[in-house]
Design a protein around this ligand. Sequence first.
Ligand SMILES: Nc1ncnc2c1ncn2[C@@H]1O[C@H](COP(=O)(O)OP(=O)(O)OP(=O)(O)O)[C@@H](O)[C@H]1O
Ligand SMILES: [Mg+2]
Length: 174
Amino acid sequence: MFDQLSLNILDIGMNSLAAGATVVRITVIEDVPHDQLLIRIRDNGRGMDEKTLRDVLAKNASTKAGRKKPIGLGLALLRQTSEMCDGAFRIQSAPGKGTGVTASMRLSHVDRPPLGDLNATIFALCAVNQDADVQLHYRSGDQKFHFSSQEGKHNEPRRTQETQGKGAAAGCAA
Ligand SMILES: Nc1ncnc2c1ncn2[C@@H]1O[C@H](COP(=O)(O)OP(=O)(O)OP(=O)(O)O)[C@@H](O)[C@H]1O
Ligand SMILES: [Mg+2]
């Protein structure tokens, strides 16, 4: 188990980028009145066919190359955390269309890890693929926050020699 949910989110977001997604939309909703936390990661990557999805859910199957055993941990760990914290875990996927992973949990559950550093997770995903649109939609009560790594990017001044090479920080400017 990770000690921060942002690390689970990073893992699932990495799956999306590995699946060729050009848009990764991360939604986090803290619903205090209903004592619920909802985490959803949706992408427009290559998706999974029925058999792959069944194997992933039933056997924690992995298609990552170079593994001694074809077992994946990213989805299994988020599922375990979600179910342990009285929540539900769901994956929807369609080949060629994309994948959505949804995990809920009881906010006040004693074992629920803190969200942790979501900024660092978004930053890391941006750094992995600067051309993908990595989005964060966060809501907690009346508080709302939206981020898109591609928003305004094409209206920005051209990158100069000075800014080139600053890599992720330049590419991920909000
Ligand atoms: N967003 C996605 N799009 C397409 N396939 C996916 C996606 N997420 C997961 N998968 C499939 O499910 C498998 C299991 O994912 P999981 O994150 O549990 O493990 P992994 O990525 O293979 O390895 P690990 O996360 O432990 O490094 C992946 O190998 C991949 O085949
Ligand atoms: Mg993974």
